[in-house]
Design a protein around this ligand. Structure first.
Ligand SMILES: Cc1cc2nc3c(=O)[nH]c(=O)nc-3n(C[C@H](O)[C@H](O)[C@H](O)COP(=O)(O)OP(=O)(O)OC[C@H]3O[C@@H](n4cnc5c(N)ncnc54)[C@H](O)[C@@H]3O)c2cc1C
Length: 394
């Protein structure tokens, strides 16, 4: 606990950093709160002590996977198939807690449980759900989501170059993917490709460790697909056009809103603690007016994003979440997150750009969240189309 000197030479404890200024945790039911607390404790005790070193080494702490899987959050928000179930609100709060300590952990969770499992849950057949989801919910099989290509990012809805060609009971996939989280070591890849017959985007479940023609390269974060043969049984039955891909993205963009809010919470708390302890001119820098101004602005961003996300969770739980709602939140929260972490970095001075103090990590990770799952501009174009009635993508 930070202690401040008072003028009468006595000391008083300072308020502990708390990024839940409007007590939004009160919207959780008791069992949801217990789950969120369990995740917080895990992240603070198991991940926080080691994560800066892993981040500096560009590595992932695989040894944590067994204990992480015991948290019981695989398939959070999905009913049945061995998934954790629960409300979208709980899913969001858990994502926020993960990102509060480490956005990469949250991304790992989001890619596996959101993008990969979500593709099967939303677009798969009953048999596919029965076959894949239970093992994925137990984290025994880890998934990735291959949509982006070296030459096609924002334009994936109409421009995928990876092709799928039906040959009897199989499909033959050819092409390349890039920026695919978990790809280098996971078991199941959801690959999106353009069907040469009808030009529509279709999804395929590829068992990448055992399928000839599938290769992954880490440095370039590239997947290559050369005559990869996938049985028809592994084509996502309900994934017949980019609209079906977009249903998955709606859910995961919602999650990125929560993740970027969590990043801000972590950045705010770390910054506040630092400013309470760091002395300049013989005083804690938190006692300076201009420092307090930035801290208040950071907290306002955190609180605005939390409130927005809680409302979005209510809409999601009520079945009202539309693409443009998720896009507005993704764009707003990731933009605020960039602002929040840069103010934090500023308040740490030189220490804001070294790994030991967390802020450098939050600062870099906020940039990834801002661009992945669709850039800021693409989200605003989705919102723009919904509110004006004019599509302005090209
Ligand atoms: C860390 C990280 C992890 C990722 N993980 C995955 C993953 O697991 N799976 C996956 O499939 N992808 C993943 N991605 C890819 C990510 O979704 C893309 O990077 C993103 O969609 C942007 O595509 P791009 O990088 O090709 O940029 P581009 O599409 O080339 O965009 C460049 C710039 O042009 C702007 N722009 C493009 N078109 C328009 C337009 N019509 N109007 C206005 N502005 C426009 C964009 O907004 C952006 O500012 C990941 C990316 C990163 C950085």
């Amino acid at each position: 606990m930070a202690i401040a000197a008072r003028e009468d030479n006595k000391t008083k404890p300072l308020p502990a950093p708390n990024s839940d200024f409007y007590q939004l945790v009160d919207v959780l039911l008791p069992d949801e709160l217990a789950m969120v607390k369990k995740v917080r404790t895990y992240m603070e005790t198991r991940v926080q002590p080691i994560i800066n070193k892993y981040w500096s080494d560009d590595a992932f702490p695989f040894e944590l996977l067994p204990s992480f899987s015991e948290l019981g959050i695989g398939g959070l928000g999905y009913d049945g198939y061995g998934c954790a179930g629960g409300s979208q609100k709980l899913f969001g709060f858990v994502a926020m807690e993960l990102a509060r300590v480490d956005a990469s952990f949250c991304t790992f969770f989001g890619v596996h449980s959101g993008l990969a499992m979500g593709s099967i849950y939303l677009d798969g057949s009953e048999e596919q759900k029965q076959k894949w989801l239970p093992a994925m919910a137990r984290w025994e099989k880890i998934g990735c989501f291959g949509l982006t290509e070296p030459l096609v990012g924002s334009g994936t809805s109409g421009g995928l170059t990876t092709t799928a060609k039906r040959e009897g009971d199989s499909w033959v996939l050819n092409g390349q993917k890039r920026w695919i989280g978990n790809a280098t070591w996971c078991d199941v890849s959801i690959i999106w490709a353009r069907d040469l017959a009808d030009n529509q985007v279709k999804g395929f479940i590829v068992e990448n460790k055992t399928t000839p023609g599938f290769s992954v390269e880490k440095i370039e974060h590239k997947i290559a697909l050369k005559d990869v043969r996938v049985p028809e049984a592994n084509r996502l039955e309900q994934g017949n056009s980019f609209r079906d891909t977009a249903r998955v993205l709606r859910m995961t963009r919602y999650m990125v809103g929560w993740a970027s809010t969590g990043v801000q919470m972590g950045a705010f708390e770390a910054t506040l603690k630092y400013t309470q302890e760091r002395l300049q001119f013989g005083k804690p820098i938190a006692s300076f007016q201009m420092v307090q101004d930035l801290l208040a602005k950071m907290l306002a961003n955190v609180t605005a994003c939390q409130c927005l996300m809680v409302r979005l969770a209510q809409m999601d739980d009520e079945g009202k979440l539309a693409d443009h709602h998720a896009s507005l939140a993704k764009a707003f929260c990731t933009a605020r997150s960039r602002e929040t972490v840069s103010w934090g970095r500023e308040l740490l001075g030189g220490n804001g750009i070294v790994a030991d103090y967390n802020l450098a990590r939050f600062f870099a990770d906020a940039e990834a969240l801002y661009s992945y799952e669709g850039t800021y501009q693409m989200q605003n174009l989705i919102v723009g189309k919904a509110i004006t009635g004019f599509g302005a993508f090209v």
